[in-house]
Design a protein around this ligand. Structure first.
Ligand code: ZN
Length: 335
């Protein structure tokens, strides 16, 4: 397969050209509204978080990925599993585990020294603690979570030479004991899933960088984020090796070469800036859910329909026909 040539464009042209949003008569009005909204956004920060780098992840692909990060100086976060479970992550029974080998350690060190790359702790083994809820941490005692986090941090420090400051819980799940264990172990960043009702005090002094979108939905979310009324927003894009067609032709959505091209295009938009955790913390030492953009499901669906040049008019036509039929039936009660 020729890399890049067959991958579908995931985030389409990031031009500021207005899109067609509806039927002919309302186009102009809607486009004008969209432009007004887009003009409000002055800065959009995008952070890429690649999870599950471990002894069992694809080293050849990660070597190529690191090369791209270095050549293009792309801010990036690796969520690393220091002692990965080699069997089924969903099975809580004792299994075999493996730490990062010397090749993977060197790769991480090279990435962190030659590119703007943060190395975050992504659990200890990534094995679920129970079969009821997929999480390595939820429900465990504070002592057990302390042990896992301090052991993981120690292994990662030995691998990279730097104590990790950011934690990404497997399956984005954690509880109060996780937060207490992180604070006790000197962590300053928690990057899990987006929680709209999260209280700002809940994370204590930790900065919260929630995952807001996957690579699959990045294009749609990016377009939505550009049309919000906020002046400044951030997106965190969660990546895995299987999101790339280089690794998985089934689950992958784009090749690494396409990813590189799309990032170059992102950077050509003056409003968009790529960042990693440590860069984001330079200007502001505390982040919360409120600083990030997370589209609600129903809005995301509507936007997909509106953004489609084909589905939008078809849906409008069907709705109009249904309305006409309803009106006709009302006007002809005897029928
Ligand atoms: Zn993971």
């Amino acid at each position: 397969m020729v890399e890049g040539s067959e991958a579908p464009p995931i985030w389409n042209k990031l031009s500021t050209e207005p899109r067609r949003l509806g039927n002919e008569n309302s186009d102009h009005e809607l486009e004008t509204k969209a432009n007004i909204c887009m003009n409000k956004l002055r800065r959009l920060y995008v952070l890429f978080r690649y999870d599950d780098l471990s002894a069992r992840s694809n080293t050849d692909f990660e070597r190529r990925l690191v090369q791209v990060l270095i050549e293009d100086q792309i801010p990036f976060v690796f969520g690393v599993i220091p002692q990965v479970c080699l069997g089924d992550w969903r099975n809580p029974e004792p299994q075999t585990y493996a730490e990062l080998d010397s090749e993977k350690r060197q790769l991480l060190q090279h990435a962190a020294s030659a590119a703007p790359v943060d190395v975050a702790l992504h659990g200890l083994t990534h094995q679920s603690a129970t079969s009821d809820c997929l999480s390595e941490f939820v429900g465990l005692s504070l002592e057990e979570q302390m042990r896992k986090i301090s052991q993981g941090a120690r292994i990662l420090e030995a691998c990279t030479g730097h104590r990790p400051f950011a934690f990404v819980p497997p399956w984005n799940r954690y509880d109060k004991n996780t937060i207490a264990a992180l604070i006790e172990n000197g962590f300053t960043v928690l990057s899990a899933g987006f929680r709209p009702k999260m209280e700002s005090e809940e994370a204590g002094p930790l900065s919260v960088f929630p995952q807001t979108v996957s690579l699959h939905n990045f294009a749609t979310t990016l377009e939505l984020a550009k049309k919000t009324r906020c002046r400044e927003l951030s997106l965190i894009v969660e990546l895995h090796e299987y999101d790339f067609t280089d690794v998985s032709s089934v689950r992958g959505v784009m090749a690494l070469d396409s990813f590189r091209r799309e990032i170059r295009e992102l950077r050509s938009d003056a409003r968009i800036e790529l960042r990693n955790f440590s860069q984001a913390l330079v200007n502001r030492n505390r982040w919360s859910n409120d600083d990030f953009y997370y589209p609600r499901r129903r809005f995301a669906l509507l936007s997909r329909l509106a953004a489609s040049r084909f589905l939008g008019p078809i849906v409008l036509l069907v709705v109009s026909l249904l309305c006409l039929i309803a009106l006709y039936r009302q006007a002809m009660p005897g029928q």
